[in-house]
Design a binder for this molecule. Structure first.
Ligand code: AMP
Length: 509
């Protein structure tokens, strides 16, 4: 199946229904959206000389054009490459280079970053500014019929940071996304035809995926004019759209709930949260405020939004003696996947035992882009090795324990310590360092760097701060730098992060 068909079908069957709203107002209906996607596809072929299977970057702050380009790329039989708009230009350059992207569509606010990234890699990536003159011409250009693709062709190249510090492109096929889309209706939520999905979270990630089930049934997608998440604006949008659902990281849910205890949420249907741990107290507070409107999912770029689900019912089953345990879990396996927990030798473990979470099913990525070795390791024996540690209870509910790969999740964004450590180690006075997540009330976790210096050296912390700002996205930089004589090591000479984490936890008690 070609994912692009979802839009052609919606345009044929519900041409006049609103497809996109920008803020409170309708931006276009399904007929217009499909026409623009077909015109953009034609211009990509003709004017930009792009070819089938080319990777086309979308480096954008949330905006209606994201959807036009996304569907234009699918219509043209090319691969979408949505990139987190918060990334540093060096990170953007790495992804464009690694994916060998042929073109990049950017919003005006990101043009400078994009130009500098393209200059760094020195290849010919065609840059198109959405909303600009050229873009307008392209979106009114000569339309082409949808280009045929098979289910194993790539639809979305999803860059997720790797433990090695370098991001890796999870290859998501038309089939992966098709199954993930249909499974939304089975396990997550029903979408009424007058439903509205508000994109308050980045469309390059989870929110973008959840646009697809809405498109499939001819519901609308709403883009906040701020291009991001502002609780005040979201409350306003909820009041003027119907049957609203929204994907949000746990930190967003907390900010949303804290913002205004009296605002009317009658039109809010569902908040699906995930991407990082939600504390039980926060979850209860959100339920008190919003009522039965929460659903949790656990997923990964490698199995998009589709590992486990904690449905609405479990959020309100207060009489269940295991209610709190349920809220602390990530729910049970979604219908399209098998999920098991294994020991270090890949033996499946019974309930009650902690091990690595493995996933198998048609939503699991094809592999990592041009990384056959890491792909076969991660997909060994046909199972996706998530790198997350978890434990099942006897009812099949999974609780995540620790992230085996020391991933830090701050404000719903993944931060891989190794990436920051590598930057800090560039400083001539830094001998060793370890980057750890410290629990944080609002952000889930915040980054702390432990550093030991080369003998006889001193250091100005501002130099470290500058080094980070020059090389990585702002949100990844440490909020605290701690100098230590030496870092704790095990018998193999490896730094034992657990001890550092315990130290931070002891302090916060
Ligand atoms: P990403 O590939 O950016 O979607 O990040 C995936 C990682 O986020 C997972 O491997 C988990 O470690 C974490 N994660 C995702 N959903 C949840 C959840 N509901 N609860 C706790 N951690 C989660």
């Amino acid at each position: 199946m070609n994912l692009g068909i979802l839009l052609s079908r919606a345009a044929q069957s519900f041409p006049d229904r609103p497809a996109i709203s920008y803020g409170k107002n309708t931006y276009c209906n399904y007929r217009d959206l499909a026409n623009r996607a077909a015109s953009l596809a034609g211009s990509m072929q003709e004017d930009l000389a792009l070819k089938i299977d080319d990777r086309i970057g979308l480096f954008m702050t949330n905006c209606p054009e994201f959807l036009e380009v996304f569907h234009g790329v699918l219509h043209a039989g090319m691969t979408t490459l949505p990139i987190n708009n918060k990334l540093h230009e060096k990170e953007l350059a790495y992804i464009l280079d690694d994916a060998r992207a042929s073109a990049l569509f950017v919003t005006k606010d990101l043009v400078e970053k994009a130009e500098s990234a393209i200059e760094q890699i020195g290849t010919n990536v065609k840059l198109v500014v959405v909303g600009g003159k050229e873009y307008k011409k392209f979106s009114n250009g000569l339309p082409i019929p949808i280009v045929h693709r098979t289910q194993d062709n790539l639809a979305w190249l999803f860059y997720t940071s790797g433990t090695t510090g370098q991001p890796k492109g999870a290859m998501l096929t038309h089939r992966n996304l098709w199954d993930a889309t249909l499974n939304y209706f089975v396990d997550v939520d029903r979408v009424p035809f007058n439903g509205s999905a508000i994109h308050a979270a980045p469309m390059s990630h989870g929110s973008g995926f959840y646009g697809l089930p809405h498109l499939a049934v001819g519901a609308q997608q709403v883009i906040p004019e701020s291009g991001g998440f502002s609780p005040e604006e979201i409350y306003e949008l909820i009041s003027c759209h119907s049957e609203v659902s929204m994907f949000a990281a746990p930190t967003m849910v907390n900010r949303f709930v804290e913002h205004d205890g009296d605002a009317n949420t009658q039109n809010l249907r569902t908040i699906t949260y995930g991407g990082g741990p939600m504390y039980v107290e926060d979850c209860k507070r959100a339920l008190d405020r919003l009522g039965p409107k929460l659903i949790q999912i656990y997923g990964q770029g490698e199995s998009p939004m589709t590992i486990t689900v904690l449905p609405r019912e479990d959020h309100i089953a207060e009489n269940n003696p295991r209610f709190e345990e349920r809220l602390a879990s990530v729910g049970y396996a979604q219908s399209v996947v098998e999920v098991i927990v294994t020991d270090a030798d890949n033996n499946a473990l019974p309930s009650g035992e902690i091990g690595e979470v493995l996933v198998r099913g048609d939503v699991v990525m094809k592999g990592y882009w041009e990384k056959p070795e890491v792909s076969s390791e991660t997909l060994a024996d046909g199972w996706l090795h998530t790198g997350d540690m978890g434990v099942f209870d006897e009812d099949g509910y999974l609780t995540l324990k620790d992230r085996s790969k020391d991933l830090i999740i701050s404000g719903g964004s993944n931060i891989y310590p190794r990436e920051i450590e590598e930057i800090l180690l560039r400083h001539k006075s830094v001998s060793e360092c370890a980057v750890i997540g410290r629990p944080h009330k609002d952000w889930g976790e915040e980054v702390v760097a432990f550093i030991s210096l080369v003998e006889g050296h001193t250091i100005d912390i501002e130099e470290l701060e500058r080094l980070c700002l020059e090389n990585i996205a702002r949100f990844k930089r440490p909020k605290e730098y701690r100098l230590a004589e030496s870092l704790p090591k095990n018998n193999y000479g490896k730094i034992v992060k657990r001890e550092l984490r315990d130290q931070l936890e002891d302090e916060s008690e």
